[in-house]
Design a protein around this ligand. Structure first.
Ligand SMILES: [Cu+2]
Length: 460
């Protein structure tokens, strides 16, 4: 965080009214920006921040960073809100609303002290606005339709201007007919790097937006009227196996900035293999004395949480929402409970009437993706089975808000390195010698279920 002197410089030098009384009295050495009541928009106070010199660029998996140009010391960006046909994962596409041809919009990246001008062109069929979530700026730039500005009508271009007087992880989204426009995807991340570092810069810096969608199997458009049964759960608008892995080299400092703009859901995001610290929220940096080690961080809707750790533990590590219904997709919803039902007889009888009939779920839902991929089971066109993808050892029975942190020794490029082959070995079938050595009574376990499960999948 900047010192109070820096904050004064950021907020006050140049021209413009600045009230710092609150900061002077607060006694904190962090978060002063929250007390600056007014922001100067006249003249950039610093040279525009430059990638490489002032920051390591943030990575938006499955997304991109919004390009800018510099005009008279001001960073100029252009967002165009428009309809986009978006692929959530192979097999599921829908007509969504995004920015600059992508869903979600590109990440806006800047440095504390940067003066920015952001043009917003509306190519939708409806009026819109953009709100800059968490950014401390003048009220007139806040983007709430009707409250702070007129709506941007279809065909119009508005301009927003401010100077970043803070650093951290923020978001932008439509603030006009939010229920419809956010449900269709009009959102993105904002990352502002500090002008002066007081903590080590991350080597790998990822930004991930969480969101939820209601897309009925076979439908071509998300349903904005849904209130509770969201069936496509995404990280950067992708659902596993559409999500790109997060790749790091062993020993690197990894930062993950997680934003959540889901309509109705909070997401406890969990990382395997590590404990991390929550170092910041969209309200600012968490003081070191208040950070605690965690493996799951709850990201309520309307907030960002930034976590950091050193990647000392090579491997393939799941990174996912811990709500079990958030790690599956469309077809996992509204399915009758068939656990323990012997459906073989029923399937035999139904086969004469419906050749592709298959009762699902008598030993759980994990089998569904396998059946679909092997061609045993048909799903409606343009829909996803409830679960994941083929992994290196078996089927990965997770979908939705799920991706994989891949940490490897000695990486020089950060393309997907493939699957991890653990040199320390992996969990495997126990031998008879081991069972008797340790006195394990296998008769206490349900026998034959694995054999039966496998015979059902022979021949694919
Ligand atoms: Cu969740």
């Amino acid at each position: 965080m900047p010192s109070r002197r820096d904050t004064l410089k950021l907020a006050g030098l140049g021209a413009g009214a600045v009230a710092l009384g609150g900061a002077a009295k607060s006694g904190h050495n962090y978060g002063e920006h929250a007390h600056t009541q007014s922001v100067s928009h006249k003249g950039a106070h610093y040279a525009p921040g430059k990638a490489g010199r002032d920051y390591n660029p943030v990575i938006t998996p499955n997304g991109s960073t919004l390009p800018y140009k510099i005009v008279d010391g001001v960073k100029v960006f252009h967002l165009t809100a428009e309809e986009v046909e978006h692929e959530f994962a192979p097999g599921l596409k829908a007509f969504c609303w995004g920015y600059n041809g992508q869903v979600h919009g590109p990440t806006i990246e800047a440095v504390e002290g940067d003066k920015v001008r952001i043009y917003v062109t509306n190519r939708l069929i409806a009026p819109t606005t953009v709100h800059w979530h968490g950014i401390i700026l003048n009220s007139g730039m806040d983007g709430v339709g009707g409250l702070n500005q007129k709506a941007i009508m279809p065909g119009e271009t508005f301009v927003y201007e401010w100077t970043f007087i803070q650093h951290g992880t923020f978001m932008y989204h439509s603030h006009h007919d939010e229920m419809t426009q956010m449900a269709l995807g009009l959102m993105g991340m904002i990352v502002v790097h500090p002008r002066k570092r007081t903590e080590p810069a991350p080597d790998r810096d990822f930004a991930i937006m969480l969101s939820t969608w209601a897309i009925r199997p076979g439908a071509k458009r998300p349903d904005p009227n849904e209130m509770s049964d969201f069936n496509v759960l995404t990280m950067n608008a992708k659902t596993y196996p559409g999500t790109a892995p997060l790749v790091a080299r062993t020993g690197q400092r990894v930062r993950i900035r997680i934003g959540n703009l889901s309509a109705m859901d909070h997401h406890p995001i969990h990382l395997h293999g590590y404990a991390f610290e929550e170092i910041a929220t969209d309200g600012g940096t968490v003081p070191k004395s208040a950070r605690r080690p965690q493996t799951t961080t709850l990201v309520p809707t309307g907030t960002t949480r930034t976590v950091e750790f050193v990647a000392h533990n090579p491997g393939d590590w799941a990174f996912h929402c811990h709500m079990t219904h958030h790690v599956m997709t469309q077809m996992g919803h509204d399915i009758p409970n068939m656990i323990g039902v012997d459906a073989e007889k029923l399937d035999g009888q139904m086969a004469s009437l419906l050749p592709h009939y298959m009762t699902m779920g008598h030993d759980g839902m994990g089998e569904m993706g396998v059946h679909v991929e092997s061609g045993h089971m048909k799903v409606p066109e343009n829909s996803l089975p409830m679960v994941g993808a083929q992994g290196p050892h078996d089927y990965i029975t997770m979908g939705g808000m799920f991706t994989i942190l891949k940490v490897r020794d000695g990486l020089t490029n950060f393309d997907d390195p493939g699957w991890y082959d653990d040199p320390k070995g992996m969990a495997r079938l126990a031998t008879q010698a081991e069972l008797s050595r340790d006195g394990i009574n296998v008769n206490a376990m349900p026998m034959g279920s694995r054999k039966k499960h496998h015979s059902g999948h022979d021949g694919h």
